[in-house]
Design a protein around this ligand. Structure first.
Ligand code: FES
Ligand code: FES
Length: 183
């Protein structure tokens, strides 16, 4: 028998909301959310952090990539209630004030985007990839960035941006090693 929608109350269709604290880009946010709310929706709809994009909403495109405790995750595949006590970093949190993160600057220099929709996810993934050290070759970068889809096909420029930051980081650490030997 069909039930009239006017008779359905929120308590009939789901559990109560849960109070959580999400730590995002170094700031604690107290929220009351239904347990089914994804981290992606909490970031965008509750905290107004629209830099993290919703593409497929099912773990296939990487547009929603964020860092959780410095590891990359698809925020559409994890629930907000699972993230209390963790450090979440979104695209809004990787620059230092007015100073862009080196990978952000490299994306601009290498023209590594067209429409820009995938770009926040690409940049967050690239930040993690550089920390993971998966930059030995173009093939390795492509493999470890393969979870981030770009419908505009900016892949060669994205790889070039990552390679340029990897090369300058490598140069910096080589010169630090040589300075410490001379000192
Ligand atoms: S929106 Fe999360 S992977 Fe596509
Ligand atoms: S720049 Fe348009 S989807 Fe990647």
């Amino acid at each position: 028998m069909a039930v009239s929608s006017s008779r359905i109350a929120p308590d009939d269709i789901g559990p109560d909301t849960v109070s959580i604290t999400l730590r995002v880009n170094g700031v604690d946010h107290d929220l009351s959310v239904e347990p089914r709310v994804t981290l992606l929706d909490a970031l965008r709809e509750r905290l107004g952090l629209f830099g993290t994009k919703k593409g497929c909403d099912r773990g296939e495109c990487g547009a929603c990539t964020v860092l959780i405790d410095d590891r990359r995750y698809n925020s559409c595949l994890t629930l907000a209630v699972m993230q209390t006590g963790h450090e979440i970093t979104t695209i809004e949190g990787i620059a230092q004030g007015d100073d862009l993160h080196p990978i952000q600057a490299a994306f601009i220099e290498q023209d590594a985007f067209q429409c820009g929709y995938c770009t926040p996810g690409q940049i967050i993934s690239a930040v993690a990839l550089l920390n993971e050290g998966h930059t030995a070759s173009e093939a390795e970068i492509r493999e470890w960035m393969s979870g981030n889809i770009c419908r505009c096909g900016a892949y060669p420029n994205i790889v070039a941006a990552i390679q340029s930051v990897a090369a300058s980081t490598h140069q910096e650490s080589a010169s630090q090693r040589s300075d410490s030997r001379q000192g």
